[in-house]
Ligand binder design. Structure first.
Ligand code: NAD
Length: 437
């Protein structure tokens, strides 16, 4: 199959490289020349484990190409995937579809024969209908079809998720689209990955329903964590105790500083927008968003309480900035809200992240960046563990404590054991670990 992938971000580049690795002939297009120039020189625009080697291998074998010229990328394509960003629109939280529609218009003008145009971007219900209209109005060849194929990969484990997915969802309205996408994904169902064919609108909604459900699990366990603190229970044991029930499952039950990242915050808001437009109540998702916003805002108060009620003049060290480990993605990371509030409260912030600095630095004015966790700790009044990178899991706590001005560890990911931390001479505050235990 000849595949054109529009957008070389976290989704487009990983999907394009994996399709090429299956043996398809893939051209990735991006309108940012610096991204394409970098890729042509073997430099990845994002940090994702295993991606550089995968791209290099497939580029060397001539199956993976890069261009800024959409018309060139699209020539002879059987399937054209749209994997451009759909950020939340400022003000109302509606998905900003301008990149998707601009891409659709360009595709219409560039196609020389019928193809399947597939949205991989997360788009609200009905977007496929609008893309169909744009293609028709702008002269796409007759028989061109529009399908929805939402992506479920997780940053940090994106290649594995793409190659061994829990399921593939294809929303299509005709046999041509189903046939092409069956062929595109054939290497995966040889591995027995379930492929689910639905209508296009249903596929579009599946993606939002999945993300809203996962966000619900997180907000749920975060509220249970607060209750644990009040009643002297341990949220990690509660999570395990409920997660072992097959009907519930253990995943997405880790209490923490609230969900962030490039998907859950914007996708929950976009789902609420769709529901409101349709006049359908979505009280659960609404509460999930409220609980999460309040949680992110409350994290700085935990730090303030832990260090004695006053942030002014205090130096707070932050370990981990990206929204989760194994990615450089800073979009809507909980560290942003935390640091802003710490600074507003008068604290000086020093931070370290293993790979996120380049993206984080322009987003965090006034923050000093250090080279490792121990340099962050030197002279600090508190250390806050925000992102659970592996390299923060076995820190030498005594060494950290030895260089700190006052000795407090606020562990927003429950990586450490209270007794170990206290033995090293630090006070400990985790999440949802009641004091009465
Ligand atoms: P991203 O911002 O990392 O990448 C988007 C890319 O598209 C950018 O490189 C941009 O330059 C390019 N682009 C925009 N308009 C273009 C055009 N007209 N022609 C060519 N290139 C164009 O975004 P992302 O994180 O990869 O997300 C893409 C979509 O996938 C979003 O809808 C997102 O919700 C969805 N999604 C993301 C993830 C994730 O983990 N990041 C997971 C599942 C789904």
């Amino acid at each position: 199959m000849r595949i054109c992938m529009i957008g070389t971000g976290y989704v487009g580049l990983v999907s394009g490289a994996c399709f090429a690795d299956f043996g398809h002939d893939v051209t990735c297009v991006d309108k940012m020349p610096e991204k394409i120039e970098g890729l042509l020189a073997g430099k990845m625009p994002i940090w994702e484990p295993g991606l550089e080697a995968l791209v290099k291998h497939n580029a060397e074998h001539g199956r993976l190409k890069f261009t800024t010229d959409l018309a060139e990328g699209i020539r002879d394509a059987d399937a054209v995937f749209i994997a451009v960003g759909t950020p939340a629109r400022r003000g109302d939280g509606h998905a900003d579809l301008s990149f998707v529609y601009a891409a659709a218009k360009e595709i219409a003008g560039a196609l020389t024969r019928k193809a399947v145009v597939v949205t991989k971007s997360t788009v609200p219900v009905g977007t496929g209908d609008e893309i169909t209209r744009i293609l028709l109005e702008n002269g796409a060849p007759e028989g061109t079809s529009v399908a929805s194929n939402p992506e479920f990969l997780r940053e940090g484990a994106a290649i594995r998720d793409f190659k061994i997915p829990d399921r593939i969802v294809v929303g299509a309205e005709d046999e041509f689209a189903r046939e092409v996408l069956r062929e595109v994904y054939r290497p995966l169902f040889l591995n027995k990955a379930p492929i689910l064919f639905t209508g296009r609108r249903t596929a579009e909604l599946i993606k939002y329903a999945a993300n809203a459900f996962l966000a619900t699990k997180i907000s749920f366990i975060n509220e249970i964590a607060d209750l644990c603190e009040a009643v002297g229970a341990d949220v990690q044991e509660v999570s395990r105790g409920i997660g072992l029930d097959n009907r519930i499952g253990p995943k997405f039950l880790h209490a923490g500083p609230g969900y962030g990242g490039s998907c859950f915050p914007k996708d929950t808001l976009a789902l609420l927008q769709t529901a409101e437009k349709e006049g359908v109540g979505m009280r659960i998702v609404n509460s999930v968003v409220e609980v999460n916003d309040a949680r992110k805002a409350a994290m700085a108060d935990r730090v303030r309480e832990a260090i004695g009620g006053e942030l002014t003049g205090k130096k707070v060290g932050v370990l981990g900035l990206t929204f989760k480990p194994n990615t450089d993605d800073m979009r809507d990371a909980p560290s942003l809200a935390l640091i802003k509030r710490l600074q507003e409260g008068g604290a000086e912030v020093i931070a370290f992240d293993p790979v996120g600095r380049e993206q984080a630095e322009p987003m965090l004015p006034g923050v000093t960046f250090a080279e490792d966790a121990y340099k962050v700790a030197a002279g600090a009044d508190a250390l806050v563990l925000v992102t659970e990178w592996d390299e923060f899991r076995a820190l030498d706590l005594r060494r950290l404590a030895g260089t700190m001005r006052s000795k407090h560890l606020i562990d927003l990911r429950n990586v450490y054991d209270r007794a170990d931390v206290e033995r090293a001479g630090l006070s400990y505050r985790g999440i949802g670990r009641g004091e009465r235990q």
